[in-house]
Design a protein around this ligand. Structure first.
Ligand SMILES: Cc1cc2nc3c(=O)[nH]c(=O)nc-3n(C[C@H](O)[C@H](O)[C@H](O)COP(=O)(O)OP(=O)(O)OC[C@H]3O[C@@H](n4cnc5c(N)ncnc54)[C@H](O)[C@@H]3O)c2cc1C
Length: 385
């Protein structure tokens, strides 16, 4: 589907029709000259199709919601091979499932109809490179303060080796603001700058006004993944940080060489998602990446990433389909009632199983599937009798 990457916009209506294989970079290149934006993925290589199907934690998603909340409609090819249009009113099962089913969608999405956002005026960044000894203090402090940050401030950290010239692991703690005004952005950055822990930074660049293009380029340089082999796994948590810290230290002590990293994102949702398949979120998202070029390291990287995130299971709410590892570590990726609804839709719209569904599911979802298959079997038996 790689050639299906067209982007058409209607500037007056602030909408776009985007083919599934458009990448973030294709979309932004068309939108920016018109002062428009979409909460697309952070890196240029993120395909809009897979990104939107799983939810989409994109630029300014804390303020605008997960990206699939800005999908107005879709065109899909269904299991019968028909091209159909789906939204809230027509073929609504396909629309409900397209926003969160991720790799388990039961159709092929061809076009996404998107609501666009005006480009924010207060675009700024702050970045602190902290010694790893600050890890506990930073995480415990953010646990107390992150709920106060303005929605337009995205706060995260990358923990890895070889960052900013430091060989040993450091914490690149950052805030990016896409605020309505510079004042709003400055207010958020002041909250970060007032945290005592940031005074211990090796160095920092703070309150830096920038353009969206500058901000995107920073991520593009940081996460240029061409030709690299990734092993990823992640989890959502609301657990007290003090319970997570021993495992976090274990992860950091065993981190493979750069660009492998542990990423944390303080999401703190402010609303329940609308009625759609997507339903997995909580306060903090932690995601681990073992990255390299050498295939002989794949097995060790796989074991490290899976074991590290499995150790967090007692504190996990579930996994985000974006950087999931369902093969290695099947975990809850939506609320069970949403999974049940999705599977009922799958049985109805793809009864012959043309689409695979999720590659592996956790035992609680296996039970749901078995129950539905049993009911389906009983119905068919009754019909035959
Ligand atoms: C460097 C990097 C940075 C990232 N940053 C972010 C980020 O900031 N936020 C975020 O939320 N995610 C992020 N991701 C995760 C990203 O959203 C997923 O990897 C997503 O699946 C990529 O989309 P894709 O179209 O390339 O999907 P693919 O990898 O092609 O597909 C993923 C799954 O979806 C299915 N699928 C894809 N397209 C369709 C379609 N049109 N119809 C039906 N099924 C389809 C595929 O069959 C497959 O099972 C990042 C990933 C990388 C590698």
């Amino acid at each position: 589907m790689g050639k299906m990457n067209a982007v058409k916009i209607d500037v007056g209506k602030r909408t776009a029709v985007v083919q599934t294989a458009a990448h973030r970079v294709d979309l932004n290149n068309v939108l920016l000259p018109h002062g428009l934006m979409f909460p697309a993925g952070h890196c240029p290589s993120v395909g809009i199709g897979g990104f939107l199907l799983q939810g989409g934690f994109g630029w300014n998603s804390r303020a605008w919601g997960v990206a699939c909340e800005s999908v107005l409609a879709i065109d899909v090819v269904n299991a019968e091979g028909e091209l159909i249009h789906a939204d809230n009113k027509q073929n609504s099962d396909y629309y409900w499932a397209a926003r969160g089913a991720g790799c388990g969608y039961f159709a092929i999405a061809t076009h996404f109809y998107l609501e666009l956002k005006p480009l924010p005026k207060g675009i700024m960044s702050s970045r602190y490179i902290l010694p790893i000894e600050c890890l506990d203090e930073l995480f415990l402090t953010l646990e107390q303060t992150a709920h106060k940050f303005p929605r337009s401030l995205e706060v995260g950290c990358f923990i890895g080796r070889d960052q900013d010239g430091f060989k040993e692991p450091t914490i690149a703690f950052y805030g990016d603001a896409l605020a309505e005004s510079e004042d709003e952005a400055r207010y958020g950055f002041q909250l970060l700058d007032d945290l005592p822990v940031v005074k211990k930074a090796h160095h920092s660049t703070t309150f830096v006004p920038c353009t969206l293009a500058d901000m995107l380029k920073r991520f593009d340089d940081l996460l240029d993944n061409a030709g690299l082999r990734y092993e990823a796994n992640n989890f959502w948590t609301d657990a007290p940080m003090k319970h997570l810290l021993p495992n976090v230290h274990n992860i950091v002590n065993n981190l493979p060489p750069a660009p492998s990293h542990l990423y944390l994102f303080w999401w703190y949702p402010d609303h329940k998602p609308s009625d759609m398949a997507f339903s997995m979120q909580s306060n903090v998202w932690m995601s681990l990446y073992a990255i390299g070029q050498d295939p002989s390291k794949d097995e060790a990287n796989h074991k490290y990433v899976i074991d590290s995130i499995k150790a967090m299971d007692p504190y996990s709410k579930g996994t985000q389909l974006a950087d999931e590892n369902l093969f290695g570590h099947p975990a809850r990726f939506m609320q069970p009632k949403n999974f049940e609804r999705l599977e009922k839709m799958r049985n109805k719209h793809d009864p012959r199983g043309r689409f695979f569904g999720h590659p592996r599911i956790p035992p609680e979802f296996e039970e749901i599937k078995a129950k539905l298959n049993y009911q389906e079997g009983s119905k068919m038996k009754a019909a035959r009798l």
